[in-house]
Design a protein around this ligand. Structure first.
Ligand SMILES: Cc1ncc(COP(=O)(O)O)c(C=O)c1O
Length: 476
């Protein structure tokens, strides 16, 4: 058993030796540390003898990463101690050089932008296609990717997100098959899909569908401390040495051992109990999603997703609910659930709420959520007036790479006087939460029309330094 959790075993051994700790961290094993954190501090060590070296792993970290790769079916796995974001950054840095073009979904996580600033990559965006009813983007479509590849032969790699934040999975198998015809690799931000390898009824993992790399935010779906994540690559990943250097370059020289141990222990837990727990969670999900759908005024999105050809899988643990027959918006519903029922959701939008269950919630948690929904639906039955029509932002006109835009001097101008200037900041409108402008993009007439329409409709603006958007930062 010990050799299956080499990091945790080494930490326990070290703690048991009761060494006089004349090394970092300065808490000397927990002295002066808040009582609640003290037991963690006893295994919070640095890279002393026997603890291996994160940047050149040859001992317990190497062995633990090997076990991780074996468990999830990867060629190699790299622990990340700065969340999935750092794996996404590392993939950009190992894949693209200055000016090289990468195909991405427009609604990708903000870490993609960081990856482009770090690498100098030039984005080519797959146009956004939002779901009419929900106003959310649920998948990237094979046909859209093919159009982009045909239009732009200079695209070097495809980097998509699946599952979406809402648990809907794209057809990665068809995307990798298509990419193969064009001799391109597919990389996947699978931040929310780390649990997929442990049950056959859950969506297939990206690597098993031919992706060359996948990033899992393990802290999102495994019992792992916040920030714990993993980057997995398939055998034959083309820029292996560069990837290792990028992970090292982006990682502190003082990685957290409690965090590493938490990922390792969770891997063992998933091996031993993941299948059984996911089985149970899947059954509760089926049962309660059906029950929620019987509550008047609510709609739990699941069955109709199964009918859609672009959605190849659905994570049962994501529960996406809209409220067409209630007087309240998703935002209001989130507040009521928090204030009255002490239930904190993962996310709210104008039209929906997203609850994120884990394989560690039990049936009583599902029941509590369901009962609260029942009560809220009874209290707020009715219909909303004049709710916002959600539209995709216009296509981006990228003129400067995110890196060039990041490095450029910026100045503030009136929004009304910004036509045809280059944006110096990110502006996203919620809903649908898809960026309308990113630094380096032209402020076109369509963009201004869209922003004005959305502001007048009462949408929320996120990103700009001045939230009222009377002024906008542009490249000087
Ligand atoms: C789809 C997606 N990718 C990447 C990330 C970044 O993950 P982390 O917070 O672990 O860096 C997130 C975070 O929420 C995400 O939702």
């Amino acid at each position: 058993m010990n050799d299956q959790i080499p990091i945790y075993s080494a930490l326990c051994r070290y703690r048991g030796e009761e060494n006089l700790r004349l090394h970092m961290p300065g808490h000397a094993g927990g002295r002066g540390v808040n009582e609640m954190l003290q037991s963690i501090a006893t295994i919070d060590v640095t890279e002393v003898g026997g603890m291996d070296d994160f940047h050149l792993p040859q001992g317990i970290i190497a062995e633990s990463q090997r076990l991780m790769a074996q468990t999830v079916g990867a060629g190699e796995s790299f622990y990340l101690v700065n969340g999935a974001s750092s794996g996404i950054h590392a993939l950009f840095m190992s894949t693209a050089a200055e000016g090289e073009r990468i195909l991405l979904p427009r609604n990708c996580h903000r870490s993609f932008y960081g990856g482009m600033v770090l690498s100098g990559a030039m984005p080519v965006y797959i146009p956004s296609r939002i779901d009419d009813q929900l106003g959310l983007e649920l998948t990237v479509k094979v046909s859209e990717i093919e159009k982009c590849l045909l239009q732009d032969p200079d695209i070097i790699t495809i980097f998509i997100t699946s599952p979406s934040y809402f648990g809907t999975c794209s057809d990665i198998e068809s995307i990798t098959a298509l990419a193969g015809q064009y001799q391109k690799d597919v990389l996947v931000d699978e931040a929310h899909g780390g649990h997929f390898p442990f049950h056959k009824d859950y969506p297939a993992p990206a690597l098993a569908q031919g992706a060359m790399a996948a990033v899992n935010g393990l802290h999102k779906t495994w019992p792992v401390l916040n920030q714990g994540a993993c980057l997995h690559i398939a055998p034959g990943f083309p820029e292996h040495a560069r990837l290792r250097q990028a992970v090292s370059l982006l990682t502190t020289t003082s990685p957290s051992y409690p965090l590493l141990a938490s990922m390792e222990l969770a891997r063992m837990f998933m091996e031993q109990e993941g299948g059984y727990r996911l089985e149970q969670a899947g059954q509760w999900s089926e049962k309660f999603k059906e029950k929620i759908n019987q509550i008047k005024g609510l709609h739990c999105h699941h069955e109709e997703f199964k009918e859609r050809s672009d959605i190849k899988g659905i994570d049962p643990l994501k529960v996406l609910i809209s409220m067409p027959g209630l007087q309240v918006s998703g935002y209001q519903m989130g507040n009521i659930l928090k204030e009255k029922y002490h239930i904190q959701l993962e996310m709210e939008t104008e039209h929906s709420i997203l609850a994120m269950f884990s394989l560690l919630h039990d049936e009583s948690d599902w029941e509590r959520f369901y009962k609260a929904l029942q009560e809220v639906a009874a209290d707020y039955a009715g219909s909303k007036k004049g709710s916002l029509r959600i539209e995709s932002p216009p296509a981006a006109k990228v003129v400067l790479s995110p890196r060039r835009a990041f490095q450029s001097t910026k100045k503030q101008v009136k929004l009304a006087e910004s036509l045809n200037l280059i944006s110096g900041e990110m502006i996203a409108v919620y809903p649908p939460g898809i960026p309308c402008l990113l630094p380096g993009e032209t402020i076109t007439e369509e963009v201004l029309d869209y922003l004005h329409y959305m502001i007048d409709s009462g949408a929320r603006i996120q990103g700009p330094e001045e939230p009222t958007l009377k002024n906008i930062l542009v490249i000087d």
